[in-house]
Design a protein around this ligand. Structure first.
Ligand code: HEM
Ligand code: HEM
Length: 180
């Protein structure tokens, strides 16, 4: 059964709430990630940054599955009628790639921590070990994969914002109200 929708072509309130909560968390991860890896090993702020980054990252794992379930249950507003088929395809592909990144980025981060043997906590609460401890060398390799995935994700978010700006300033069929 689908959740009730209004007559306006806008995303359902739970979808909008999840979009903005997760966007805020993901921006915090894009900011804390590069800062924490640049810290000196003995810097007293380093553990706090890692703990925050991992906790918020773990939250993303949980929220992305809630969001996919909510999306499945709610009605997604149709794209603007005037949008050409090629652009529609691009919009759908972009959105699904963003979802793929919301799964891949935190899981590769989780793999990095588990493979090093540090484990993952949500602040003070220990979370399940999802990957085996494989030592520093494999941990570092997983960290490289996480870094590449994270920056690909950042590039995709950049394209997402460009697409929204194009609708606002070129196509003049602003889509912001659908998610605002
Ligand atoms: C959407 C989720 C996430 C994003 C966007 C993200 C983003 C980033 C970024 C941008 C960096 C810095 C890479 C660099 O400049 O070298 C980083 C590093 C790191 N992140 Fe994440 N992260 C996410 C989730 C997680 C999670 C869930 C964990 C662990 C539970 C985690 C653990 C780490 C670790 C251990 C590093 C250091 C990697 C290394 O030493 O090379 N991240 N992350
Ligand atoms: C930072 C991380 C962000 C991620 C991961 C993200 C992800 C997504 C995804 C996956 C969708 C598709 C929703 C669906 O159909 O299920 C979406 C839609 C949307 N996002 Fe974002 N978003 C981010 C940031 C932003 C920001 C900063 C803005 C505004 C400046 C924004 C504005 C929108 C709008 C307006 C839509 C609706 C597009 C439409 O009409 O189809 N997003 N976002």
């Amino acid at each position: 059964m689908k959740l009730a929708t209004t007559h306006q072509p806008v995303y359902h309130v739970p979808m909008r709430t999840l979009h903005w909560t997760m966007a805020l968390c993901i921006i915090a991860l894009f900011v804390t990630g590069p800062i924490m890896v640049a810290f000196d090993a003995k810097d007293t702020l380093r553990p706090a940054f890692y703990s925050f980054h991992k906790s918020i990252g773990a939250l993303i794992v949980a929220l992305v599955f809630v969001r996919l379930a909510v999306r499945w249950l709610s009605q997604v507003p149709p794209l603007p009628a005037a949008m050409p088929p090629g652009e529609r395809l691009l919009a759908h592909a972009g959105h699904w790639l963003l979802y793929a990144m919301m799964v891949a980025a935190p899981l590769t981060g989780w793999a990095t921590s588990d493979m090093y043997g540090y484990g993952v906590k949500f602040f003070d609460m220990p979370l399940p070990k999802l990957f085996p401890t494989l030592g520093a060398e494999t941990g570092a390799q997983a960290g490289d994969v996480h870094t590449v995935v994270a920056y690909l994700f950042l590039a995709l978010v950049g394209l997402h914002l460009l697409a929204i700006a194009k609708h606002r300033y070129v196509d003049r069929d602003c889509v912001m109200h659908r998610m605002a």
